[in-house]
Design a binder for this molecule. Structure first.
Ligand code: FAD
Ligand code: NAP
Length: 538
């Protein structure tokens, strides 16, 4: 228990790093269980992803009724989602509402970055140090630092010399950017590029889209929600969420329990069409074998390639926009609103930077091959140092003074993506080795926070002080994560799932892809078995 209470306190039961979905729910849940909790957040507001990613067109690609907290039925009933896929503004408003509604703010310190977390082995407590040179002592540390929170600029020379404006989608200015009358280049065609390009194209005088790898994208078929939609969701919410928790991807999408290769080509086409019309991520679950059988994967790739040809008027451009060379799903599928149609506009030009790589940024623009694209503004939609970036930018020192950076030099190793051997009483929310980014993350975040809260309760009720992943159990889990990934086609792609987007980052397939339902069952079994695989010490 804390030595004192109130804002001057520096001793806490739990320090949580991050105030996105994960940090907010961790604070709510642990405080509800009587713990003294402090949340430290680098941003000047709560919301995490939805605080930082304010680029034009930013919205979630999991439907609103799935991408929301389930811990309060009142919250589910009182929050009015306006669209099937809420915009960033609405998601940020929702998370601010949660912070106010549950009086979370007094325990959140904003505008403060955690620089280190060091274990004192004698006391068993963690000292968390911030960039304001504060030192907080905590029995438990929860890293709710986000999987996609460390924005990455590519290693391209010359940005300092650029005389125009430039932005990264993941750190967008709050006042917005007016592209009217501007010549703009967007680098990157992942989800952030695919969402922002159609909106920027409507404003800009000229837009160059610099594509290195074409991506698979399914239209969102976004729409306004009606009162009847909202009522149906609120009335059925417990069942909807229960289904999502037990599903493969943590969503309530209905799929088919049949393999693509087990039906005729005509039946396959009809099922793909049906799934396509649902819009967005349900495409993943059109058939059971899409991510594990090359022929099944090829069949969905062909289906999407046909759709691209239908959406893009110029066959040569359609060809360039058609993904190839990696399996569908190997890079996260994107969900778009008019992305491909944007290339039918006169003011939009697709620039193939695989054929002619970006040489450097010049004072006037971007040198691609030997052609200089003169632009006023560059938008980097170039992604994140995903899953490990935020964790490894904190100096985390565990037993024997060993740092997490040293421990993970060959790639992340965790037990269940929740804990790391050598780092007692430190927990990760949606860490590598858990379904995390390969799921509807709100469902995965809630599951992790609930599991951690239960574990801490267990320790307290038994008079135990310390919980630590055992090295053997951790190794076995890492092997299992790799084995499951290797039964799929997913590791074949150069993606941020494997760290391939960051030069020098170890190549490890980081998410657990055995499915949310199965993973939850494994976590529950570990807990029911007295936290098998962990050492619990008095
Ligand atoms: P975050 O929201 O990333 O919050 C982590 C917080 O920790 C950040 O605010 C960060 O500032 C803070 N932090 C990190 N390091 C430190 C430090 N050292 N000191 C202090 N604070 C620190 N997922 C989905 O399931 N569906 C979607 O549709 C979806 N859309 C997305 C769209 C975008 C543009 C992006 C980037 C991601 C999207 N994601 C989506 C993933 C999204 O990150 C998660 O859904 C979810 O918001 C993660 O919540 P979090 O709290 O775990 O992390
Ligand atoms: P991303 O998927 O990593 O895409 C980055 C893009 O930048 C890729 O097209 C990449 O090309 C390109 N790129 C990077 N360096 C480059 C270089 N030097 N030259 C040319 N191109 C370069 O990042 P993201 O789009 O920000 O998305 C990350 C994740 O966040 C998503 O997968 C998703 O999970 C989440 N997200 C979700 C939504 C949503 O719809 N709700 C929106 C945004 C983000 P290569 O592929 O060739 O490396």
């Amino acid at each position: 228990m804390p030595s004192t209470t109130g804002p001057e306190t520096t001793d806490y039961d739990v320090v949580v790093v991050g105030a996105g979905f994960a940090g907010l729910y961790a604070l709510y849940e642990l405080r509800r269980r009587g713990l003294n909790v402090r949340v430290i957040e680098a941003a000047d507001g709560v919301g995490g992803t939805w605080f930082w990613n304010r680029y034009p067109g930013a919205r979630c690609d999991v439907e609103s009724f799935d991408y929301q907290f389930s811990f309060s039925e009142d919250l589910v009933r009182e929050w009015v989602w306006s669209e099937r896929y809420p915009r960033q503004e609405e998601l940020l408003a929702y998370l601010n509402h949660v912070a106010d509604r549950f009086e979370l703010r007094p325990d959140i310190q904003l505008g403060t970055r955690v620089s280190s977390a060091v274990l004192d082995e004698r006391s068993g407590r963690w000292t968390v140090t911030t960039d304001r040179d504060e030192h907080l002592s905590a029995k438990f540390v929860i890293m709710a630092t986000g999987c996609l929170s460390t924005a990455r600029l590519p290693d391209v020379e010359g940005l300092d010399s650029f005389t125009g404006d430039w932005y990264h989608t993941g750190a967008w200015p709050h006042e917005g950017v007016d592209f009217t009358g501007k010549r703009v280049a967007v680098i990157g065609t992942g989800s952030s590029g695919i969402q922002s390009i159609p909106v920027i194209a409507e404003q800009a005088e000229q837009l160059f889209v610099l594509q290195r790898t074409a991506n698979y994208s399914v239209p969102a078929f976004n729409r306004e929600l009606s009162d009847a939609d909202r009522q149906a969701c609120a009335d059925n919410f417990p069942a909807i969420r229960q289904f999502a928790r037990q599903s493969m991807l943590g969503g309530s999408w209905s799929g088919n329990d049949v393999a693509a290769m087990a039906v005729t080509p005509e039946e396959r086409q009809a099922i793909f069409e049906k799934q396509w019309e649902m819009g967005g991520l349900p495409m993943y679950v059109a058939f059971t074998d899409l991510l594990v059988d090359q022929r099944a994967n090829d069949s969905v790739k062909d289906f999407i390639a046909d759709k691209i040809r239908q959406r893009v008027s110029d066959p040569a451009i359609a060809e360039k926009l058609t993904p190839s060379g990696y399996p569908l799903g190997g890079k996260r599928i994107c969900v778009d609103i008019d992305y491909f149609e944007t290339f039918n506009r006169d003011n939009v030009e697709l620039v193939d930077v695989k054929a002619n790589p970006i040489e450097r940024i010049t004072p006037r623009g971007i040198l691609v091959g030997d052609t200089e694209l003169a632009v006023d503004t560059i938008v980097f939609a170039t992604g994140f140092d995903a899953m490990t970036g935020a964790l490894l930018s904190i100096n985390i020192e565990g037993r024997g003074g060993r740092t997490l950076r040293e421990k993970w030099h060959a790639g992340p190793a965790t037990l269940l993506g929740l804990a790391v051997s050598g780092f007692p009483n430190m927990f990760l929310v949606t860490g590598p080795g858990s379904p995390s980014v390969f799921s509807n993350m709100v469902v995965s975040i809630e599951q992790h926070v609930d599991w951690i809260a239960e574990a801490i309760d267990h320790l307290r009720s038994k008079g135990l002080q310390r919980m630590e992943a055992l090295p053997d159990a951790e190794s076995a889990w890492v092997d299992h994560v790799n084995e499951v990934a290797d039964t799929t086609l997913l590791p074949q792609a150069d993606s941020w799932y494997t760290g391939a987007n960051v030069p020098g980052k170890p190549r490890v397939f980081m998410p657990y892809v055995g499915g949310c339902g199965l993973y939850r069952q494994k976590c529950d079994e570990v807990a029911a078995d007295g936290y098998a695989g962990f050492s619990l010490t008095p």
